[in-house]
Design a protein around this ligand. Structure first.
Ligand code: PGA
Length: 215
């Protein structure tokens, strides 16, 4: 089974629950493969702000998963277009993703697919939106330290997943969830691509859902 995983504050609670379940019930990840959405360009895997580091410390180090079966784009690769090819092909070789976990950015990004991303995109290099860098600056010593570029799985690959769960919590996500639920597919709001998928579940708290009924 292939799980598509996400980083950020949102999935941390899910990862804590998976670890608890593994420890208490012995649920095994020995035969699980994971593939992550994205990675900053320019941060080596050992950098505490790299998403590889996040995934190891928040999840993989606490499970019986084989690290070689856990995949993220390589933000330190020498040739980024080759790395995009490799990652896109890897997703295909895994015969797509069984279950993809997603967060959502305030601007509607999924992975690091910022507004304007082609719904047919595969793994690509993105220039991060200023609002995304500001939102993520909380993890860095200053906004200047937040990388300007990242590698992300494309929207077409996300839509190839068999099942998708999008998580959202807090009032900062309320407007994005309103647009997602009430809007039509529109490349200016990347998460709206999920409207084209037959099996998406949104799990959100009351604050994140607070604007949904207003349209
Ligand atoms: P967050 O990020 O979980 O840290 O809010 C989600 C996202 O930007 O996709």
């Amino acid at each position: 089974m292939t799980l598509g995983l996400a980083t950020g504050s949102t999935p941390k609670g899910v990862y804590a629950e998976l670890i608890k379940d593994h420890q208490e019930n012995g649920t095994s990840y020995e035969k699980i493969t994971t593939i992550n959405l994205d990675e900053y360009i320019g941060l080596p895997p050992t950098d505490p702000n790299s998403y590889r580091h996040f995934m190891n410390s928040e999840l993989f180090d606490h499970l019986d998963i084989q690290l070689e079966n856990t995949h993220l784009p390589n933000g330190a690769a020498e040739d980024m277009s080759r790395e995009c090819e490799r990652y896109g092909q890897l997703i295909k070789d895994l015969v797509d993703i069984d279950l993809q976990l997603l967060g959502i950015g305030r601007n509607g990004h999924i992975g690091f697919n910022e507004p304007g991303t082609d719904f047919n995109s595969r793994t690509h290099v993105v220039h991060l939106a200023e609002s995304t860098r500001k939102a993520n600056a909380r993890f860095f010593s200053s906004i200047e330290d937040v990388p300007a570029h990242a590698l992300t799985m494309g929207i077409a690959s996300i839509l190839d997943s068999r099942e998708i769960i999008l998580l959202a919590s807090g009032s900062a996500k309320a407007e994005a969830i309103r647009q997602l639920v009430n809007g039509e597919p529109d490349e200016q709001f990347p998460a709206s691509a999920l409207k084209l998928h037959p099996n998406v579940t949104i799990i959100a708290d009351e604050e994140a859902l607070s604007l949904v009924s207003q349209d």
